[in-house]
Design a protein around this ligand. Structure first.
Ligand SMILES: *[C@@H]1O[C@H](CO)[C@@H](O)[C@H](O)[C@H]1NC(C)=O
Ligand SMILES: *[C@@H]1O[C@H](CO)[C@@H](O)[C@H](O)[C@H]1NC(C)=O
Ligand SMILES: *[C@@H]1O[C@H](CO)[C@@H](O)[C@H](O)[C@H]1NC(C)=O
Ligand SMILES: *[C@@H]1O[C@H](CO)[C@@H](O)[C@H](O)[C@H]1NC(C)=O
Ligand SMILES: *[C@@H]1O[C@H](CO)[C@@H](O)[C@H](O)[C@H]1NC(C)=O
Length: 512
């Protein structure tokens, strides 16, 4: 019963908690390896399918006659027509992009809008009734909410799929597996290799990095002498794939760390700052509270190339030194060398602690970490160029946000593809078909979670991280392979996913 009521309510709780509950369900079943995990998914699915709400009748209809599109022919709200856009077609002739994840639809009011992009125009909608329409050429998904068991099937050969996933890898490991990322023809992810990269999404501007330190080193040293720890830790989301608490718990044996969040808490927050909504925002009082610390533990919840968040950029903004673990290639984006301490440069928490203590006692060396704030001292060309060249802005009304930006990216690519396909039909010899495009592991590809400290073989079987994240990762592979199989069999009911996963599991164990 727990599962059923939880499922009915899951849209009301954050996805992080969803993951947590799902992990707990799995651990209660005592699942260890992948085959068993598949079975668990099937059980879970059996429960989920019973409790799902019936579909909206509109969503159940397929192969709609043209007249159901009539509402699309009226709404026209021009957005940013690029100088290269001489598209004079009427709404009825434009390709349709369908947002499968309706909640993220970046337009209002209404469900459908014409967009005029840099080079061409499209209709965008969140009405699923156009799923199988011939004019619907692309379906756009939000990675965190992408569910194999509710994918739009059958997958039509004339349609492309586009993935928008700027959030943590922990939110959906399906996308980190090759068969999972291969579903998509276009991607916008935090990886620099993606088609529409969002790598520096948490860095609003270059000036954000350059602002002078909130407190001088003299002031910070005064607080140190008054008893403030050298290192700050502030996390309230404790059971995460990167398993950061296990590392920090060890580090705390060797250096003083003030920890105010719910994870490894050893200090109360001042009453005024207890409200977590304040503590996570850019509240001025909160900002100056944390800016007193010389070092901020900046540890992402999931480890993946190019996944960097405000945990990195905020201490840099404030003039505190991030002690960072997250993207293994973070050095490619730092303003200068040195500007952050990288946890993985040290063989153990003990050696990291020794280094931080030495740096705490050496003002000249500490000051070197903040030199990028001096005029002309950001030396990282990759960072400078990426900030100059990205077309989207963060809280910048003069530029598109990256949701609209990606939508237009897909629109322009789709119009190019359609034009090339038409040209091919007219003169196949002269105009070869455009090559197929497909996202691959370089657009996501986050690794199997590993313990934050120590080796996986040393963890007790009842370790909560061990019970949650490795099974989640492998179940995600099952889902990706299950959906792949559904598509290959031209199934139109994604609800058959569990059945397909079971068949795959059986064939893996020798076939029954
Ligand atoms: C738009 O202009 C370009 C040249 O700038 C031309 O090649 C293209 O055919 C035009 N497209 C339409 C739809 O008129
Ligand atoms: C889109 O990706 C699929 C694989 O998921 C592939 O079969 C198809 O050819 C691709 N379509 C285009 C237009 O590139
Ligand atoms: C993956 O996609 C990128 C383009 O986004 C491409 O350059 C690369 O060759 C692809 N890798 C493989 C193994 O296909
Ligand atoms: C895990 O098992 C050990 C004994 O093997 C026990 O001491 C410990 O309390 C258990 N921990 C949890 C969280 O159940
Ligand atoms: C796939 O299924 C749809 C209906 O569900 C059908 O119209 C289509 O012809 C099928 N495609 C193939 C290749 O069998």
């Amino acid at each position: 019963m727990f599962f059923v009521s939880f499922w009915r309510n899951w849209r009301c709780i954050s996805f992080d908690s969803f993951k947590l509950y799902r992990g707990l369900c799995v651990s209660e079943m005592g699942l260890q390896d992948r085959a068993m995990a598949s079975l668990g998914l099937c059980l879970l699915w059996a429960v989920l399918s019973q409790s799902q709400q019936p579909l909206d009748p509109e969503d159940q209809e397929v192969f709609q006659p043209q007249s159901t599109l009539s509402d699309m022919e009226f709404t026209t709200v021009s957005s940013f027509r690029g100088p290269g856009n001489n598209d004079s077609r009427g709404n009825k002739e434009l390709p349709i992009l369908l947002w499968w994840t309706a909640g993220l639809f970046p337009h209002f009011p209404g469900d459908t809008e014409r967009i005029d992009c840099a080079r061409s125009s499209c209709m965008v909608t969140r009405l699923r009734k156009v799923q199988l329409h011939r004019r619907t050429t692309a379906i756009i998904f939000y990675g965190t909410d992408f569910r194999a068991y509710e994918a739009p099937l059958p997958r039509l050969p004339h349609q492309t799929w586009a993935l928008f996933h700027e959030e943590s890898p922990m939110n959906n490991y399906v996308l980190s597996h090759s068969p999972g990322i291969h579903f998509f023809n276009y991607s916008a992810t935090f990886r620099r290799e993606s088609d529409y990269p969002l790598t520096l999404q948490w860095l609003p501007t270059l000036d954000y990095l350059l602002s002078p330190p909130v407190f001088s080193l003299q002031q910070k040293n005064k607080w140190r002498r008054a008893g403030l720890a050298p290192v700050l830790y502030m996390q309230s989301h404790c059971d995460v794939p990167s398993d950061r608490d296990r590392y920090v718990r060890e580090l705390m044996k060797y250096i003083e760390v003030d920890s105010y969040g719910q994870c490894l808490n050893n200090k109360p927050l001042p009453e005024r700052l207890e409200d977590t909504s304040t503590a996570t925002g850019e509240d001025a009082e909160f900002m100056s509270f944390v800016a007193r610390y010389k070092f901020h533990l900046a540890m992402e919840n999931g480890l993946c190339a190019d996944y960097m968040t405000e945990k990195l950029w905020r201490p840099l903004h404030q003039g505190c030194v991030p002690v960072y673990r997250g993207s293994p290639s973070v050095a490619d984006w730092l303003p200068s060398e040195p500007s952050a301490v990288l946890v993985d440069d040290f063989p153990s928490p003990r050696e990291l602690a020794q280094y931080l203590k030495a740096l705490d006692g050496d003002d000249a060396e500490y000051a070197r970490f903040l030199e990028y704030k001096l005029p002309g001292r950001v030396t990282n060309i990759r960072l400078l160029e990426a900030m100059r060249d990205r077309e989207w802005g963060v809280n910048d009304m003069s530029r598109p946000n990256y949701l609209n930006g990606f939508e237009c990216f897909v629109c322009d690519r789709e119009n190019e593809r359609l034009a090339a396909t038409r040209a091919h039909r007219r003169a196949p010899k002269k105009n070869p078909l455009p090559p197929a495009r497909m996202a691959n592991s370089s657009h996501m590809g986050c690794p199997l979670p590993s313990p934050g400290f120590g080796s996986v073989v040393d963890l007790p079987a009842n370790d909560s991280w061990l019970q949650m994240w490795p099974p989640d990762y492998w179940q995600s592979l099952d889902q990706a392979e299950g959906l792949q199989s559904l598509i290959q069999h031209n199934e139109s009911d994604p609800g058959l996913l569990w059945h397909y996963i079971q068949k795959l599991a059986a064939s893996r164990t020798g076939g029954v």
